[in-house]
Design a protein. Structure first.
Length: 80
């Protein structure tokens, strides 16, 4: 754990030795084939949750991905 490493180093004691990566983990990593994440549209910051200042293109992308955010939420006697 990171806290353990920080505390150990603060005390001036040597770090624990690194553990050897097990062979089955290396084999699984070598055989891994990346997949596109499900439900993700686009390559922009909005698609991956990053902060971004909206421009016309990114606003349209957000409207395509999550149109609920652009629904009219004005309270009136008809929808209250």
């Amino acid at each position: 754990l990171a806290a353990e490493v920080v505390a150990t180093r603060a005390l001036g004691t040597p770090d624990k030795p690194l553990k050897e990566i097990q062979d089955h983990i290396k084999a699984e990593a070598a055989a891994y084939e990346p997949k596109n994440p499900p439900g993700i549209k686009g390559e922009g910051a909005i698609a991956f949750g990053g902060g971004y200042t909206l421009n016309k293109q990114s606003e349209q992308q957000l409207r395509d991905v999550d149109p609920v955010q652009f629904e009219d939420t004005t309270l009136t006697s008809a929808n209250y």
